[in-house]
Write a protein that binds this ligand. Structure first.
Ligand code: CRA
Length: 834
């Protein structure tokens, strides 16, 4: 259902770029901001001056877009997310304004290099990994497709930590990304909101006989929004990412209850200071910290209040809120929005429970991003009710009614154990508030992020809910924006694609399939391989500058970049590198195609095995890279501080894309799609979106190995498998495992890697071993790697497969994902600027 609410169907052309005006404005900005001329200004100052000049242009479009929204009054999506991993803004804004090349030229005329200027910008790293980057890609697609949208999040003072590698270990360094100010953001104090924590709820009956609930004795924080422009590609649309900062409410202006309570005033000030201080650096893992729940309620309460106020500025009937607004909850982190919306509707607008429930359940939709048990958010009742007393009352009532529904539905059904249903499905159970259950019960849509993932949700993880509400469940396979990950990240390939099939792919990625006819063309193959080579040279230069390691761009670049997590099995990769090294040492005559194994990964600060895996990779690198006996045939590189901006360089240079998670564990993956778009071949398990990637490109153009998701699940349901059997029978596995504990890679401290060894074998049998099936999949992985090598030797055929990967990547644009969200969940109106 696509509606267009504007008169003109033709998208406006991006305004002509006025080079001279732009140059003057850069010079002017340097002068007024820093009292300097261009020659005197340093690189950071020039970055600021250029960014402000670009922002001037964006602001024009921003105002026009918001005016159009105001006039057309379309339905809006509020994409609520604890994370937006935006990366750098300048280059992306230029790309989407279609001004990248002219600006680069104008700067060159001023004696400036746009690439170097872009490097001055710190990444906006307000996210951990896939989930946060997905949110950023979605914003790009929403603006490009012309859908009215707000991103709602937190303006963390410190984003994802910077990773330094010292002596092979990860060291976390604070990411003070706002140090030099942020030229693109806009502070909007006029939209500030008050958010209340703690205290208690008092009830009294008003003159109309209504029960009125008020929170008393609370602490409050002032939420101040900062707006970021989200520029659509070439269509003049600019949407808004609104992230909230916290400030103390007017100092020592306490309400009557608090009067004179100095202690409380100080606490309030501290609360404001702490609440947005830092992003929790966990990916796919729930830590259960009180401050985290405060963060969640803080930005949700502010966003929900604003959404309702904004709606009421234009409409008079709150009952129809859901006709103009939808909330998409990015995982369970923003789920408290459900109870907050109920609270606002009942306590501020005096709706009955039934009225508020009708509106809320038609407004909220939930995306599930993982089946990993340790990621499930469950808050202790004690903490939840102490921090959010009114919200807790509402959650209790949602739960009470839902439990009644379960009883009603299943009491007379033969063979159904109602108590068991309640145990699994209740929102409050066992002293805990279960956020996923609340999100499913209180919304109109539940979606997974790849077909396999959604199937597992329906058939296993959320089976009971699927049985009760089958119509709510749906799949939305993730996607990525080709504007950032091809047009900006890989200009050589982008130009080559455009030269062959035109530039429609920029906003219509499936058009890229027209490249297929060139897959067998020798000239095209050579051009493609030449571009890949140049991108490998660019990455090699980065590695030399940042890691001091020399790598050969003629070797196979075999890349695994993503968060460090046991289920993603970087350990499998490095164990296999150890195995190859052993083979080369034993058979120096072996005809071995040179290979560069590239890793990049941040580990959560408290994740022991993940951090030790980083140390192992670096230790193996030390030995292998410096062993003259293997003649440089294997190089191992750990790229420090993997982030969005260096990712762009890395994807462009990859030959092999390692997507080797234990099947069933990676909900989708999105890095896999970025590699494919840049012509790397997938070496992976049948997990997450890999399944759909292989379906698009054909199994002959990928390297698939390992247990299937169903096989993994079967083992898990029967208590796991016995890795000891493999250890006893497979010489290769046995050898690399022994090397973990005999000091081969840690001569001074042979016990260093014992915890990794134990995680795989656990000879004491006190805990389950190898829960990620690393040894089980080792052989099949090693064989797949042999196929990779053989395939790479046939250069023409490799080029053909690589081109086909690019050509078949059309499905994986986030434009497609967003269009499906719009058609099947949100039902938004497209706005076209006149
Ligand atoms: N860690 C999944 O693990 C998925 C992204 C985005 C993740 C990835 O496979 O691509 O979400 N899950 O959908 C998650 O964050 C809380 O769960 C991720 O980024």
């Amino acid at each position: 259902m696509k509606k267009s609410v504007a008169a003109s169907e033709k998208p406006v052309k991006a305004k002509e770029f006025d080079k001279e005006l732009f140059k003057r404005s850069v010079e002017y900005n340097v002068r007024t901001l820093y009292r300097k001329n261009l020659e005197e200004a340093d690189a950071q100052q020039i970055f600021q001056a250029v960014s402000y000049a670009i922002k001037d242009r964006i602001v024009e479009n921003w105002m026009e877009t918001q005016k159009a929204y105001e006039k057309e009054d379309p339905k809006m999506v509020y994409y609520m997310s604890m994370e937006f991993l935006m990366g750098r803004a300048l280059g992306n804004n230029l790309i989407n304004l279609k001004a990248y090349k002219p600006v680069a030229e104008a700067l060159e005329e001023l004696g400036l290099d746009l690439n170097l200027i872009e490097d001055q910008e710190p990444d906006a790293a307000l996210g951990n990994g896939g989930l946060g980057r997905l949110a950023a890609c979605f914003l790009d697609s929403l603006a490009t497709l012309g859908y009215p949208a707000y991103g709602c999040g937190i303006r963390y003072r410190y984003g994802m930590f910077k990773q330094e590698i010292r002596d092979g270990y990860q060291v976390e360094v604070p990411d003070n990304w706002l140090m030099n100010g942020n030229p693109f953001e806009l502070r909007r104090p006029e939209y500030a909101k008050i958010v209340k924590f703690g205290g208690y709820v008092s009830v009294h009956t008003d003159e109309n006989g209504r029960n009125v609930f008020t929170q008393e004795g609370y602490q409050s924080v002032k939420a101040i929004p900062f707006d970021f422009p989200i520029v659509g590609y070439g269509n003049g649309i600019v949407n808004t990412l609104r992230i909230w900062d916290a400030e103390p409410v007017e100092c020592f202006q306490l309400d009557s209850f608090d009067k004179g309570d100095y202690q409380k005033a100080v606490e309030q000030e501290n609360l404001a200071r702490n609440i947005v201080e830092v992003l929790y650096p966990n990916d796919n893992h729930y830590a259960g910290k009180e401050l985290r729940l405060k963060q969640q309620y803080f930005f949700i309460s502010a966003s929900v209040q604003e959404a309702v106020e904004k709606y009421m500025r234009k409409h008079d009937d709150i009952h129809k809120f859901y006709e103009k607004v939808t909330f998409q909850l990015n995982d369970t982190h923003p789920t408290v929005a459900i109870a907050e919306l109920m609270r606002v509707l009942m306590d501020d607008y005096y709706l009955t429970w039934e009225e508020a429930w009708e509106i809320t359940t038609k407004t909220c939709a939930y995306t599930n991003h993982t089946i990993m048990a340790e990621a499930l958010e469950k808050w202790p009742i004690e903490l939840f009710s102490r921090l959010l007393p009114r919200i807790y009352q509402i959650v209790e009532e949602i739960n009470r009614r839902f439990v009644l529904d379960i009883q009603q539905k299943y009491s007379n059904v033969p063979g159904v154990d109602v108590q068991e249903k309640i145990r699994k499905m209740a929102i409050i159970y066992d002293g805990q508030v279960k956020m996923a259950n609340m999100a499913i019960v209180s919304g109109y849509s539940v979606n997974g992020v790849a077909r396999l993932h959604t199937e597992i949700l329906e058939k296993q993880e959320l089976k009971d809910f699927y049985e009760m509400f089958p119509e709510r469940f749906n799949n939305k396979t993730n996607g990525i924006t080709q504007r950032r990950f091809l047009l900006h990240a890989n200009p050589l390939l982008a130009d080559w694609v455009t030269a062959h099939v035109g530039d429609d792919w920029i906003t219509d990625l499936p058009q890229i399939s027209r490249l297929k006819v060139y897959a067998d063309d020798k000239k095209a193959q050579q051009e493609f391989m030449n571009i890949k080579y140049q991108n490998k040279v660019r990455l090699a230069k980065y590695i030399l500058e940042h890691n001091g390691i020399e790598v050969d761009p003629r070797s196979i670049f075999d890349v695994q970049v993503k968060r460090l997590h046991e289920y993603k099995r970087q350990l499998l990769n490095i164990l296999h590198v150890m195995h190859l090294y052993n083979e080369l040492k034993e058979h120096p005559e072996l005809d071995f195609y040179p290979r560069t194994f590239i890793f990049g990964a941040k580990a959560a600060a408290g994740y022991r095995n993940a951090k030790l895996t980083i140390k192992l990779i670096n230790s193996v690198a030390d030995v292998v890279n410096n062993d003259p006996a293997i003649n440089g045939k294997i190089k191992v590189v750990f790229i420090e501080n993997y982030n969005v901006s260096n990712a762009e360089i890395i994807f462009a240079a990859a030959d092999v894309s390692e997507q080797i998670s234990t099947a069933s564990k990676e909900a989708s993956g999105t890095g896999n799609m970025k590699f494919m778009l840049n012509g790397a071949l997938t070496l992976g398990t049948m997990d997450g979106a890999n399944v759909e990637i292989v379906e698009e490109v054909g199994e002959e153009n990928a390297f698939i190995f390992g247990l299937s998701a169903q096989e993994v699940i079967n083992y898990e349901n029967h208590g796991g498998y016995d890795p000891m059997e493999i250890f006893n029978n497979d010489q290769d596995v046995r050898k690399v495992l022994m090397q973990l504990i005999n000091g081969t890679f840690a001569p001074g401290d042979p016990e260093l890697f014992r915890p990794l060894y134990n995680s795989l074998l656990n000879t004491q049998c006190t805990a389950k071993a190898d829960t990620y099936f690393i040894l089980k999949d080792f052989k099949s992985y090693a064989e797949a790697q042999k196929r990779v090598e053989a395939a790479y030797r046939d250069e023409d055929n490799w080029a053909k497969s690589a081109i086909l990967n690019v050509a078949c990547s059309g499905k994986f644009t986030s434009d497609r994902t967003i269009q499906q969200y719009v058609d099947e969940i949100w039902h938004l109106d497209k706005v076209v600027l006149k």
